[in-house]
Design a protein around this ligand. Structure first.
Ligand SMILES: Nc1ncnc2c1ncn2[C@@H]1O[C@H](COP(=O)(O)OP(=O)(O)O)[C@@H](O)[C@H]1O
Ligand SMILES: [Mg+2]
Length: 256
């Protein structure tokens, strides 16, 4: 059983105007799955449907065998899915420490909160060093790590990340993806949306291309990265001819 499974999900913001038009995808436990596709394809909308901000009108969303489609966002959070949205969502006037505590506002057990805080500090020691600083003073990349740290305060089995690398310089982006891979190696399952498709897929196990509210391709990250069609349409046009020639016969994304 996949950890998360969307089956033919239809959803809209305005009645009658479907943005998701029957999306099916799955995330297995332990995976990093990367969702790519053009602007406006509905990638953020998929994540909003998963975290309960938008209710599917048709289709099913299953999380660890339980139907969560239509549950309230707080309930879905309690089920174990945390959503790190697109853009900046730190509280800039609060300290790093206060921001982290906000991530655990639903946890009443203070000893547990303290324990989780120490775990986040052990993962990112600089957050501890800068715990008393205003979050607004951190760089863009550091704020994103703080947002991820805040989401970790719930020890979620699944984290969904919407364009975590947006606006980051290439070096910062590389280190953020490294952080994401490390968290995954530590057991966190991740579904992320990335506009930087090549970099996002390079850090993922599998990927989906979403277009006009429907998944168009799916495959292992390697398959998607080595597909000439993907390169032409979604990876900024640059191809790696060498790897295309070398690729095995089965390295073709499944058209769905
Ligand atoms: N709150 C909203 N109300 C109405 N339409 C929206 C809203 N948010 C997004 N949309 C529309 O839904 C479509 C998909 O948007 P989105 O999921 O943000 O795309 P992506 O993340 O792939 O760029 C776009 O046409 C967008 O204009
Ligand atoms: Mg988006």
């Amino acid at each position: 059983m996949p950890m998360l499974e969307l089956e033919s999900v239809v959803a809209s913001y305005i009645p009658g105007v479907d943005i998701l038009r029957g999306v099916s995808l799955r995330v297995e436990q332990g995976e990093i799955v990367c969702l790519v596709g053009p602007n406006g394809a509905g990638k953020s909308t998929v994540l909003r449907a998963i975290s309960g901000f938008l209710k599917p009108t048709v289709g099913q969303i299953m999380f660890r065998g339980k139907s969560i489609g239509g549950m309230a966002p707080e309930q879905i959070l309690m089920e174990g899915i945390t959503h790190v949205p697109q853009g900046h969502s730190v509280f800039p006037k609060m300290t790093v420490y206060e921001n982290l505590l906000m991530g655990a506002f639903t946890v009443k057990d203070t000893a547990l909160v303290a324990q989780r805080l120490e775990r986040v500090y052990s993962l990112f020691s600089w957050l501890k060093e800068r715990s008393r600083e205003k979050a607004g003073n951190l760089s863009g990349g550091q704020q994103k790590v703080l947002e991820i740290g805040r989401a970790l305060m719930l020890e979620p089995p699944l984290m969904i990340l919407d364009e975590p690398s947006l606006g980051l310089a290439p070096k910062t982006m590389a280190s953020l993806f490294e952080t994401i891979r490390e968290l995954n190696a530590g057991g966190l399952t991740i579904l992320m949306v990335e506009q930087n498709a090549r970099e996002g897929l390079a850090s993922a196990h599998r990927g989906y291309v979403l277009e006009l509210g429907k998944e168009k391709f799916e495959g292992t990250a390697k398959e998607l990265l080595e597909s000439p069609e993907m390169a032409k349409l979604y990876l900024g046009g640059s191809t790696d001819e060498g790897s295309y020639r070398r690729r095995s016969k089965k390295a073709v994304p499944t058209i769905v």
